[in-house]
Design a binder for this molecule. Structure first.
Ligand SMILES: CC(C)(COP(=O)(O)OP(=O)(O)OC[C@H]1O[C@@H](n2cnc3c(N)ncnc32)[C@H](O)[C@@H]1OP(=O)(O)O)[C@@H](O)C(=O)NCCC(=O)NCCS
Length: 143
């Protein structure tokens, strides 16, 4: 099930972040900062008291932004990422957002395909977003 993430989930979110990302991963301090912001949408997918993935999104003017989405490698390809992405999209629609955007590394082909299959389009490139020589795609779609 999907439920709101709280500060008590911080260790689990950091564990998943470490499993999913290398040097470009978010720090514990940054994840805490995101969780503490009541304006963000922070949610986890939990089954049998175990957290398998999480999503954090922010909202500014008429645009929602997926700041982080990660599913533990052993729990992938079961539809969990899809459920988390849908839940943030629903929240954005409730808040009357008009667009939703995100950034993804050009090296991250599986995430790129995942977003393309969710009707996100590439709207730009961000040079060195993930470090020198590691460009990102900016993707987005209308809600
Ligand atoms: C991208 C990510 C969040 C997707 O999470 P996921 O839980 O594996 O996603 P889903 O299972 O909902 O969907 C993934 C694929 O599995 C397929 N799938 C879903 N349920 C399935 C099932 N029961 N059996 C087989 N395939 C399935 C989906 O059709 C989808 O196919 P696609 O790759 O063609 O889009 C995950 O790979 C991840 O955490 N990656 C590392 C972190 C990351 O890159 N985050 C995004 C950074 S911007």
């Amino acid at each position: 099930m999907i439920r709101k993430a709280t500060i008590d989930d911080l260790d689990e979110l950091c564990r998943i972040e470490k499993l999913c990302f290398k040097r470009e991963r978010y720090s514990e301090e940054f994840i805490l900062y995101l969780l503490e912001n009541p304006d963000n949408y922070s949610a986890v997918f939990e089954e049998n008291k175990k957290i398998a993935g999480y999503i954090i999104a922010s909202f500014h003017k008429d645009t929602a932004r997926i700041i982080s989405l990660a599913v533990a490698p052993s729990d992938r390809k079961k539809g969990i990422g899809q459920k988390l992405l849908n839940s943030a999209g629903e929240k954005a629609k409730k808040l009357k957002m008009k667009n939703i955007t995100l950034e993804v590394s050009k090296e991250n082909k599986s995430a790129l395909n995942f977003y393309l299959s969710n009707k996100y389009q590439i709207i730009g490139t961000i040079k060195d977003y993930y470090g020198i020589g590691k460009d990102g795609w900016r993707m987005g779609k209308n809600l």
